[in-house]
Design a protein around this ligand. Structure first.
Ligand SMILES: Cc1cc2nc3c(=O)[nH]c(=O)nc-3n(C[C@H](O)[C@H](O)[C@H](O)COP(=O)(O)OP(=O)(O)OC[C@H]3O[C@@H](n4cnc5c(N)ncnc54)[C@H](O)[C@@H]3O)c2cc1C
Length: 592
């Protein structure tokens, strides 16, 4: 049974990040820690009582394709209705269209709860949110008036429609055509892998489709973005005729079975009516504007599954009796949590998940400061830091969560490998998170190319300086928090020298930097996570907040474990970044 980690969420929001201070930004003036806590409590109730019970049945039944459209698994439609009635789709969107602005880390906390309880369910609201965000930022007044209120409320859902068979990571290859016709366009093309591209939740689905206007330049500079409703919308907002939008099949896949992954056909005869967003040929640019929040959201959903896998593994281990733990004396009927290795596995899961959460919320905070802080200099610095952190959140959290879910199976032994316990579902579900919204390889290219390359490492150097200064200013006392802080400082020094090496490689031979881009990204995530956990340990040692004594003790131990068992991987990764490129490049592709 899933239990929302409310104490931990509040600790990160209130004590580690001081999210309440965002109320000083006029756009978030209504926010307070109390508001955040009550939002999380309400969300936890829905997650625990409505979404979690549907998770395993949804996995077994899956979504079904029919010629009339996709049917969702039993109970999902009703759960979605409850979700909409509770006003949850509105959270984190623009009040001008009926939304409720809250700090990004609070939105992330809520998304975590949905993701832990039921990842397949969470994907539909997450994509609607992405579509809403795109329209808020780039839509015309008419488009916003026609579509946003109903999408913000959840009455209609949204999708993000990019991928085609020949255009996955390389969106410059998109072929879907858009032919101008009066005030709109006619679209023709097939898209694949479209999450929640069709379903029976709502009367309408608003697709955000990338396509190429006839005669547009080749490659990424010739792609435009279109609104393509499943059912056309009349000028007064009522529903009109059915558009030429069809789900022709759904994929049979490894996990997230209750989330339909659709092959979509746009235009089988006259073409699907689409409305261009913004200027022609700037579609990818518009998509990139909302990419930060979408990538952050995938990072969050990954560690959310990790959290669920951890809870399940810990519960199983507390009940499973096997073998006589070393040093147990005469007490031979003890659960496997008494075996040091099982404890090591559980602590790896817990500490990695806590580091991922802290990193994701910290990145979200930067996006808030970048958007809402009254001072331009603070906004600019936060934007640079947020931009730097997003690929790290997306790729490091997702790669880590895959490891966490796999360890969850290991904790169960054979019972983890069979479907009965549910541990295997987390491995299957979380697997997609390193792939969609840009693979780990693509995130790492983004980190070293667009982020580190653009400013020759300045944003990373600034972060390194801040991490070092902050840790230096803490008073950890003696014992575990002091050791944790020292280990975090050592990690920071490794990241610093690896960054120097990467920047000099990038100038001389970019392929050398690309050959170690993923290890560099992993190193960054590991070290920044270590810094945030070290800070957490010092705050917990002071124990001034609202959490209980046991919680603070656990926080200190978990951070110490991370410093001693997880963070030392930084040494190996830094070595790979500094010395590993040649071993990749000297091997010809055809000789692998
Ligand atoms: C369940 C599911 C849901 C999805 N939902 C959506 C959705 O809602 N909307 C949508 O538009 N798409 C969606 N996708 C598509 C998803 O975004 C793509 O699968 C993803 O971007 C990768 O593209 P690809 O599958 O073509 O892999 P490829 O691009 O062929 O990549 C294959 C491998 O090559 C590597 N690679 C490729 N290019 C580079 C490079 N330049 N540098 C280094 N490595 C590289 C990749 O990292 C990867 O390891 C979904 C996919 C799945 C499976």
């Amino acid at each position: 049974m899933y239990r929302a980690p409310l104490e931990e969420l509040r600790f990160v929001l209130e004590e580690l990040l001081g999210t309440g201070q965002l109320a000083a930004c006029p756009a978030l003036a209504d926010y307070s820690d109390e508001v955040g806590a009550s939002i999380l409590e309400e969300a936890a109730r829905l997650a625990e009582t409505v979404l979690d019970p549907l998770n395993r049945p949804g996995d077994r039944e899956g979504a079904r394709w029919t010629p009339d459209g996709v049917s969702t698994a039993k109970g999902f439609k009703e759960a979605y209705q409850q979700f909409v009635t509770g006003g949850w789709q509105q959270l984190g969107t623009d009040p001008r269209f009926g939304g409720q602005r809250v700090p990004q880390p609070v939105s992330s906390g809520v998304q975590e709860l949905w993701g832990s309880a039921n990842l397949a369910f969470q994907l539909c609201p997450m994509l609607t949110h992405g579509a809403v965000h795109t329209l808020e930022l780039c839509g015309s007044e008419t488009q916003q008036r026609l579509f946003l209120p109903k999408m913000t409320s959840g009455e209609w859902t949204g999708t993000m429609v990019l991928t085609e068979p020949q255009a996955g990571s390389d969106l410059g290859q998109i072929r879907t055509r858009a032919v101008p016709e009066g005030d709109h366009y006619r679209l023709f093309g097939q898209k694949i892998f479209i999450t929640w591209g069709d379903h029976d939740y709502t009367d309408n689905i608003i697709h955000m489709v990338l396509a190429r206007i006839d005669g547009a330049p080749a490659g990424t500079k010739g792609i435009s973005l279109f609104i393509v409703p499943k059912v056309l919308v009349n000028p007064d907002g009522s529903l009109g005729e059915r558009n030429e939008v069809r789900c022709v099949s759904i994929e049979h896949k490894l996990g997230i079975h209750a989330s339909p992954t659709c092959v979509m056909e746009y235009g089988h005869d006259r073409g699907a009516v689409g409305y261009r967003i913004g200027e022609p040929n700037r579609g990818l640019e518009y998509m990139f504007i909302m990419m930060n929040t979408a990538r952050l959201a995938v990072g969050v959903q990954s560690y959310a599954v990790g959290e669920r896998a951890f809870q399940q593994a810990a519960e199983y281990a507390r009940g499973r009796v096997q073998g006589k733990p070393a040093g147990a004396g005469n007490a031979d009927r003890l659960p496997i949590t008494h075996h040091p290795d099982v404890r090591r596995m559980l602590l790896t899961m817990k500490s990695s998940t806590e580091a991922s959460r802290a990193l994701s919320f910290y990145a979200g905070l930067q996006l808030d400061l970048a958007a809402y802080h009254p001072e331009a200099a603070v906004r600019a610095a936060a934007q640079a830091r947020g931009d730097l952190l997003i690929p790290i959140v997306k790729a490091w959290c997702t790669e880590t969560a895959n490891e966490v879910a796999a360890i969850g199976v290991q904790v169960h032994g054979g019972m983890g490998y069979i479907e009965e316990t549910g541990a295997a579902q987390y491995v299957r579900d979380v697997r997609i998170t390193t792939i969609y919204e840009g693979t780990t390889g693509i995130q790492s290219n983004d980190l070293i190319g667009r982020k580190i390359g653009r400013d020759r490492g300045a944003a990373m150097v600034a972060l390194i300086a801040d991490m070092r200064r902050e840790l230096g200013g803490l008073q950890p006392g003696e014992g575990a928090p002091r050791e944790t802080c020292d280990a975090a400082q050592q990690g920071i020094a490794l990241l610093e020298s690896a960054t120097r090496s990467l920047v000099s490689n990038m100038a001389a031979a970019p392929e050398r930097a690309l050959a170690v881009a993923v290890p560099y990204l992993r190193l960054s995530g590991l070290v920044i996570g270590g810094w945030l956990l070290a800070k957490s340990a010092v705050i917990a040692a002071a124990g001034r907040g609202a959490a209980g004594k046991d919680f603070y003790q656990s926080k200190i131990h978990t951070a110490h474990f991370y410093a001693r068992h997880v963070l030392p991987q930084a040494l190996g990764l830094a070595k790979v970044v500094e010395e590993g490129a040649s071993s990749v490049l000297e091997t010809e592709p055809e000789r692998i």
